[in-house]
Design a protein. Sequence first.
Length: 405
Amino acid sequence: MPATQLWGDCHTHSHYSDGLMGIAEQTPYYRSFGDDFRFQTDHFIIAVPDGKPATKWLHASDWERYAADCRAATTREHLCIPAVELGWQAPAELKKKEGWFDTKLYPPAGQDVPGESFYAAKSYVDAVRAAKAAGFRMVIAHIDQGAPLERFSGAEIDGLEVRSDIEELRPFFTRATLKHWDRMLTTGHRVSLSSGSDGHQPDLWAGSAFRTVVLDTPFEAAAITDAVIAGRSYLSSTWHPDSFAALGWPARPNPVDGGASMSHMVPWWEFKQIPLLQGRDPRAVVEESYRKAMEIGRVRREDYPVLEDFRVAGAICGGCVKAGAKVPIRAAWKTHVPPRFVRLVADGQSLLEMPTSHPAFGKLEGVWETEADLRGKRYVRLELEAAGEASQVEVLAGNPVYVEA
Ligand SMILES: [Zn+2]
């Protein structure tokens, strides 16, 4: 029996911080992309080392209203789950020394923002630790943007979020941050991988992002949070180089990599810097780009590849199995372009790759049943990459199934 699936976006912004729109008015857009849930992760900024909450954006005193707005933005088909993206306000030299990074904090059920020790923190890392001590789960946001993962012990990190920007998708499985993830897993830390659009406007930015797909989980906020943190999930992504270009927006040097690559993505607050968009209402521009995105495709759930099944001796992603010499493994998928490889990674190494001679190799709907020697391994996870004409790429990345001796 394939596991039931809920599709979602784990990183979104509204006008509580620097997003273009209100929380409730964005729900129809996310729903039209096929998202069953989204985490609302507006910026919550603390000032360190002064130990005061910063005045900018989402504030501790806003929490009740924020959570109520998320409830009001929830429909029978789409759950909006309140969380925060923690940032910090600090003197420039301190920021330079500590490095810039954001973490997402998922509150425990029924709780609000963390207490006194959080605000009294003398460093950003200490603030995150105070939130952890208060029961919050910590996911390092967009790890590909140079998050200093080594600043935390593996035990403190509950999850890693891969950046969503479709223009940075390629190559996915060779990203340094995935190697770091494998190192954490290999040293025994159970850290899940999730993704989010970091969308500040509900057009191609949010629509074309990686999806986090949770498995066998009820349609309920605490259960979905638990599933994301436990890694009872996989990531799905589709990428086509023409999507952004089709909007007609000019390519600009990508600020994320210091201009090494070009990006068509323009946040709404920079519209005024783009001659083409100058003088236009940001909402009108976003609405037009949303409509084009729906025409172009690769924003709807049906445009994404699906990991229909991934089982290691019956356990799904985030589960646990006993080590053995011949552990049965089953993978099944649906893609829109032919898979180039399907492989299993264990303890940071490629364990097994689907042979090119296999009858399902390169099939848009494929099943691969095999056995693997998992003795001495800590985990096994699945990687699938598919590619078509015009550099269209699809990616499926399963969270690990853990192995116990
Ligand atoms: Zn963000």
